[in-house]
Design a protein around this ligand. Structure first.
Ligand SMILES: CC(C)(COP(=O)(O)OP(=O)(O)OC[C@H]1O[C@@H](n2cnc3c(N)ncnc32)[C@H](O)[C@@H]1OP(=O)(O)O)[C@@H](O)C(=O)NCCC(=O)NCCS
Length: 187
């Protein structure tokens, strides 16, 4: 496990870690945070809460995918969110310079403490370290906090997908962003 990035304000501490294996308590807290975010209506592709066993299988699966790097965020030591850095597939030479940030979420009970900003910075640092020039991401048009977060961090809105996601019987648009992380790069 890599060294955590730490920060915090208002008497709370927060940190972000890259995950290579799970401690049982951390995995349980991550599953609780995931379901809380799903119930709140934002984050991840899920629109319905999931069985604990399904979420555990999902997160163990993420660790097995070579292109995916999982980071967890802690507030006062408890896992309350996560984000994934996704590397391009090896056959995708034309886009080998660009990685994706996906599935960023913080449980509703842990929002507003700067943790998502710290997680995003951590993903950017990791992507830079791997030599990527560009980070791509997309969000539902309804995810106002995420839109404010990414636009405040310099992400450039380049397009809108009118049929991006469907939840609660409603189709919503998606907003696509990119950020140039560094000029040149080794990939
Ligand atoms: C978006 C999300 C990850 C933000 O998590 P967070 O830890 O509360 O965010 P932070 O405390 O780090 O806030 C960072 C910035 O985000 C923006 N932001 C956060 N919450 C906001 C809100 N409720 N309204 C407007 N802007 C908000 C602000 O720009 C904030 O900066 P500031 O505190 O200097 O004003 C969280 O609200 C969430 O999980 N939402 C549902 C899932 C989602 O939208 N994921 C993104 C898809 S990739």
């Amino acid at each position: 496990m890599a060294e955590p990035d730490s920060g915090g304000a208002e008497g709370h501490s927060h940190s972000v870690e890259r995950v290579s294996e799970f401690d049982a308590d951390d995995l349980g807290a991550l599953c609780d945070a995931t379901n809380a975010a799903i119930i709140d209506g934002g984050g991840f592709g899920w629109v319905h809460p999931q069985m604990r066993t399904s979420l555990e299988s999902y997160f163990y699966g993420v660790l097995l995918v070579p292109e995916r790097v999982l980071f967890i965020g802690r507030l006062d030591g408890i896992v309350v969110g996560s984000v994934q850095l996704v590397r391009p597939a090896r056959n995708n030479e034309a886009q080998a310079f660009a990685a994706r940030l996906e599935h960023s979420f913080i449980a509703p009970y842990a929002r507003g403490h700067g943790l998502a900003r710290t997680m995003t910075l951590r993903v950017e640092d990791a992507a830079r370290g791997l030599g990527y020039h560009v980070l791509n991401l997309d969000v539902r048009e309804t995810q106002e906090a995420a839109i404010a977060l990414y636009e405040s961090m310099g992400y450039i809105r380049w397009g809108v997908h009118p049929c991006y996601a469907r939840a609660a019987g409603r189709t919503v648009s998606g907003i696509h962003y990119y950020k140039v992380l560094q000029a040149g790069g080794r990939i």
